[in-house]
Ligand binder design. Sequence first.
Ligand code: MLT
Length: 264
Amino acid sequence: MIAWIEGRETGFDDEGQGDPVLFLHGFPLRRSIWTAQVAALSDRARCIVPDLRGFGESAPLSPYSMDRYADDVVELLDHLQVERAVVCGLSMGGYVAFALWRRHAHRVRGLALLGTRAGADAVAGAQRRRELMAIAAERGSGGIADQMMPGMLGKTTRERNPSLGDSVHAMLESAPIAGSIGALQAMLDRPDSTPTLGTITVPTLIVVGDEDVLTPVAESEVMHAGIRGSHLEVIAGAGHLANIERPAAVNHVLGEFLASLQLT
Ligand code: MLT
């Protein structure tokens, strides 16, 4: 559905009954990447799934920053009269989850961090990001899709399920260019969340595909070491988009995590 929230068109889904879980997609994606998780969990959780500003059906309005995305989703929670939610963020959605924790910790019941990292862009990563922005300006979303695609899915998925690659490529290609360029700048500018790790006091699940080359397992190990009491699950045979590559495995670990919070 689409709602006007604080003067902006915001696309989101709100499905299921139970304690709220907020799903935040990665770059340059949209809320439909969570379809399998909503299908599996909406019998026991209220799944709130926004398009981040500039993606899917949410208006591409400046400014773009991790803080702004975090404030946007809190405005959505306010609109839905939801006080607290488990926040489940994939990749860029994880960067937003860290901003949410820093700015609105009282709204966060727990964290599930999938295929993400705490660190800011290092020198080489920042350079790569600027190159991608130049490609985006020149070639549009097709250029971003071609550059991003090799890192999105694991080797196993690419070999065994090539049609998934086609649908992910189509999704990347259809991302609105203004939103993508805004997100690239926001990721380039994002702060290092490593100092945030030690401040996290809510139950935290970390999930990563063992074939993830964009946010390798070592990044998840850093978060696991930094977040007291966190739980790390490595999904075999999955890459960066583990939740769509191995949905049953990811649904299982998310379901167990929600059960451990006594949300189910
Ligand atoms: C994502 O999947 O959200 C991006 O790969 C994150 C990034 O480029 O840092």
